[in-house]
Design a protein around this ligand. Sequence first.
Ligand SMILES: [Fe+2]
Length: 293
Amino acid sequence: MTFTATRIEITPTEAALGAIVTGVDASLAAQPEVILQLKQAWRDRHILVFKNQQLTDDQLLAFANYFGDILQQPAYIRKGETEPYLPPLVLTLANAASEESSVNVAPNYRELLPHIDHDWLPTPSSGSFLYGVELPENGPDTYWVNLIQAYEELDDATKKQIAGLQVRHFNFYGKYRDEYPEPSYAAGRSVEPGERVATHPLVRTHPDTGKKVLFLNAASEVDIIDYDPVEGAKLIERLREHIKQPHFVYQHHWSKGDLLYWDNQATAHYRPEFNSNATRILKRVSIRGSRPF
Ligand SMILES: [Fe+2]
């Protein structure tokens, strides 16, 4: 077994989150000190960017396993099918122009609004890895929002207003996952058969650092439990505008071989629509998380 020999360097970006990591070959077994350093940097910076990786699916899974168990997404029934589909542990995210579009699970080239991976599960993923396999020269970039800073910069009256509130998160792919509804506020709406929805604190506490997080997406239907429907809609709209502010954001311009590992307990992410003729293929692996509190 070969170990990573080069000295690793972790350089924080100038943005509100993110650090660039060099000197790590994620295909090899790592020294204990390296993993501990990476975990600390991840807690501090919420997203790590490993450059110039070359990974098989098994190597990607093995590296991700240093940080926890891999999340198995639950089976669901795809539109037009009757048998449940169990997503693989390594998800290929590809748009229609790519050869791998048969295993497409993403809403292809359309805009992805700020969302938190798996917020629609009772135990959302703690983090996700995304590995760039094939990427168009001119983007799109992906953007991550620091939801700890977003919470900290709320005024005191808003912090008081949202303390203790519980929010229902609907799966933003909708009932059949390839439908992609407009984000909305849906007070008291019923859950349709087969639909995924989970209730979480609007202000969650980061399980590792104890910091408070504004745990809100801007991509799916949500509602606040036991809250006035009109006031709830206003509050969510205001908070969704708040988290879109550019100074909370790290903007990542992709290169082939980039491996990103981010904290779903502290960030949301989004990307703009891009040219549907461009080929863009990424692989994603997520780590199992715990119940938000
Ligand atoms: Fe995502």
